[in-house]
Every structure is written in structure tokens, then in C-alpha cells.
Design a protein around this ligand. Sequence first.
Ligand code: MEV
Length: 322
Amino acid sequence: MIEKTAASAPGKIILFGEHFVVSGYPALVTAIEPRAVVRVQRSENTTVVKSGNIIGVWGKGGEQLYPPKNVKNHLQPLHDMAVKLLEDHGVREHFKAEIDSQIPGSAGLGSSAAVSVAFVKALSDLYGLGLGLEAIIKYAMLAEREFHGTPSGIDPHIAALGGAILYNGPGKYSRIQVNHPTPVAVLHTGVRRKTSTMVAHVQDFAAKRPDIFRELAELYGQVLSKGLHSLEQGDVKELGKWMTVNHILLRALGVSSDPVERALNDLLQLGMYGAKLTGAGGGGCVIAVGPETSYSRLRGLPRHYQTFFTTQIACRGVVSES
Ligand code: MEV
């Protein structure tokens, strides 16, 4: 009997199409390092989920033992996802899970989806369930819905599949071949925000001004096809240009903010070809591509940026770890 397993899944950046994807338009997303690792092991009487100093403990009947019932348990969506997974497969056992994520949270980099996907894979390995990628995504979606309300599903898909995909809705995607090494700079504004609030804002905009939303979405469609073409050609200069145009459309949807605009300008000042917010916006991360020499200049950015790094796109998806 296997006693312990572990799995990891990557973070992500959306190169084109956040928010439009919630309304049914395709988006181009790619997996990036850093990753989230989840370790699970068998347990006697209680189920424990731990992430840094946040801990959740549940008893034999699934009742919450810690934190006290009247305190919000931030790990509840992961527990609920795991319970459903085990119930569906006739497993009546307890486990301990430890989450170690290197992906900044609430920053547009898909940290919760990476954790959910790695969690499902680690449990599947522990109990010998043999879940394939589609099943892993299905269960991770349960937690994502609890975390974010009405997500498009793009984050768990890329965390599971890895590489780069053109995402068109749950189960509908095509893989994009990235044949040219494409470094991307990622800069965290330091402002955390809630995906569900930002999504609600755009959906409200779309409901109140369907005419304007449709026009922006049509423009977005053209930006996506130009951007995709430049990525496939390895034309980083063009890619950057179209990323900036995508950002302008997101700004028009009202999901940029002062910190995002400052980060974007700071990146462009370094000589980047183009930049955009990634994920839900409002804060979180801004990404940029530029000439090789521009990436080393990131070190000269003001110190208030909590995190910046350069990453290669299209890294591997969920994998078992030893
Ligand atoms: C998710 O990373 C970005 C949004 O498009 C929401 C979603 O697709 O679920 C804002």
C-alpha cells in the first residue's frame, strides 16, 4: 500500500484573452514556472490540509474541527473537492495534505488552480485511482468554482495540460507549438485582488453595454489572431505590440488600475516591446516581452515591486513527484 505521494503543477500566464474568455471567446494561455507542489499521506482519524500557516482539520464525519466553525476556512474548497473525488471512487479514508506553492497567490498566475490540480493528482496516485488529465481538470474545477465563482476553466486546464493552449471552454482547446524560446518578464504590482470581483465587474459591463462589449470583443479577436501568429513565428517584437493592444482593450473594460498602469509603464521604460496585465487585473501581475538585453534591467526596478522574475513559457503540466 502506498503511504505518501506528491504531485506538482505549473502556474500560468494569459498572453491574450482574460475576461473575454469568460464570455466565450478563445484565449491564449501558457504554463510557466514556478510550480505548486502538494504532498499527501494516509491519516488515521482526521483529514488535515496545511498551506504555510493556514491549517484546516476535519473529523471522521467530515465536520470541521479547526478553525472553529464560525471562522472562515480558506482551505474548505480543497477539502470539498477531495471529499467528492474520494466519494466518487468509493474511498472512505482520511489523509494529510501539505501545500507548498511557489506561485504568488491572488496575482493572476493561476496559483489556486495549480494547487487544485496537483492535489487531485497526488490523491489519485495515493489511492491508485489512475485519473487522466480530463478527470483531474473536472475535479479541480470544483474547487475553482468555490474559490472564484464562475471561472472559465482556463486555469485548471493549463495547470493540468502544460505547454500553451488556445482555450475555447471546458474540454475545448487546441495545443499551440511554441518552437522558439520566449522569455517573459513577470512583475507583481504587490496589490492582491479577488478574481470573482473583477469578473463580476466585466460581466456587469457586458450586460449594461452589450454593443460596446461586442465591439471590443471583435477587436480582441483580431488582436488574438495577430498575437498568435507572431508567437508561432517567434516574432517577439510583434508579440509585444499585440500584448499592449490587448492591454488597452482590458483597460477599456475597466480592469486596469493605477498600480497596473505604473508597472506597465515601468516595464516599457526598460525597453520592453510590449506589456499587459495578466489574469483578472485590478492589481496582480503585469507581463512583458522584450529584446534579450531588457530582462537584466528588471533588477533596476523600484523596490516596492514584491516579485519579479523572467520565465520561459510552455513548461510541463501536472506531474507526479517523488
Ligand atoms: C483567469 O485567470 C482570468 C479570468 O479570465 C477569469 C477566468 O477566465 O476564469 C479573468
